[in-house]
Write a protein that binds this ligand. Structure first.
Ligand code: GFB
Length: 310
């Protein structure tokens, strides 16, 4: 049996990893709530690794949020992410963890990268200002893994997922990413028979979305490759405009009213489509279409809401 620690197991990515790894033969899962292990506390993380000595680590714990959360809490986005990843990566190295997977984000790439964005675009230009603190923390995490590998011979791997969605996401209307925010807003508007729903920005930016269960599958695939493949983008290779996403969300939720675009809200980067040819060459591809993923997530959202009310 391998002892596998999933850091951040209650979040969008961590919970998907737990679902995926519980079907994986020979895996003993190790998870701890924030109340029992605060990853921003260096000594607690060091003691945890010395005591538990996991064989593998999926580092899915992070402070994340949408465009507005990034702009409102920039200090937390850089500080918490640096703390969490520094402590976990150092603890893992010192206790002899055999493999670690670090999850970055597509916002590590320059704002105006070539589209689709190849892994080689890293550090070739200025970042998107709305999420620079978060992006710099993620770039530091990636460099930390590479440096530990070079200096200490560890096997710490890095993947860069595109925008994600799925069960256990943050659905808060202010701090979440666009997909859960629109799902929640259209759901509310349908219930209240609201004539209009507001969508932030111009609706023109293009984004790519990957379901968290597909991401978890990709993470286990990358962890199990015999050799470290180097930095790998994870996405679907397809994007759409925010306006198109909003239309799809209307159909899934059954909202019949009008859309209003609030141009006083920032758009963020015009496009963020990942070049997924490297991960495709290793034999992985996503299973769900965007529409299927949204339908499944909406079912989960309604079930959770109902369970919360009963
Ligand atoms: O998902 P989102 O916040 O993140 O916004 P980013 C994507 C686009 O959707 C932006 C528009 O153009 C938003 O203006 N949008 C429309 C909305 N309506 C809404 C809404 O109700 N809520 C939100 N949040 N957006 C994030 C980064 O960038 O991507 C993070 O800030 C992270 O650091 C994440 O990297 C993956 O795609 O712009």
């Amino acid at each position: 049996m391998k002892r596998v620690f999933v850091a951040g197991h209650r979040g969008l990515v961590g919970s998907a990893l737990v679902r995926r790894l519980s079907r994986e033969p020979g895996v003993e899962l190790l998870t701890l709530t924030r109340e029992r292990l605060d990853l921003t506390e260096q000594a607690a993380v060091r003691d945890f690794f010395e005591r538990e000595r996991p064989d593998q680590v999926y580092l899915a714990a992070a402070k994340v949020g949408g465009i507005h959360a990034n702009a409102t809490y920039p200090a937390e986005f850089i500080q918490d992410n640096l703390d969490i990843q520094n402590h976990v990566i150092q603890g893992a190295s010192r206790s002899g963890v055999e493999r670690l997977l670090f999850l970055g984000s597509s916002c590590i790439y320059p704002r105006l990268s070539p589209q689709p964005i190849p892994e080689s675009a890293l550090l070739t230009g200025p970042l998107e200002p709305t999420n620079q603190p978060y992006a710099l923390a993620k770039i530091a995490g990636l460099e930390l893994c590479r440096s530990y590998n070079r200096q200490y011979g560890t096997d710490f791997r890095c993947v860069m997922p595109t925008n994600l969605f799925g069960p256990h996401d943050n659905f808060d209307l202010d701090t979440s990413h666009v997909l859960p925010a629109l799902m929640h807003r259209f759901h509310q508007a349908t219930r209240q028979n609201a004539p209009t729903v507001t969508v932030w920005g111009s609706g023109a930016p293009r984004r790519e979305f990957l379901h968290s269960d597909d991401l978890a599958d990709a993470c286990v695939h990358v962890m199990n490759l015999p050799e470290d493949p180097g930095l790998l983008n994870i996405g679907t290779g397809q994007d759409l405009t925010i306006a198109e996403l909003a239309e799809m969300m209307c159909e899934v939720v059954g909202y019949q009213g009008d859309l209003r675009f609030d141009r006083s809200r920032p758009d963020g980067p015009p496009q963020k489509l990942l070049d997924v040819s490297r991960i495709s060459a290793t034999g992985w591809r996503p299973r769900r279409s965007l529409r299927e993923g949204i339908e499944q997530t909406y079912q989960w959202f309604r079930d959770t809401e109902l369970a919360g009310r009963s």
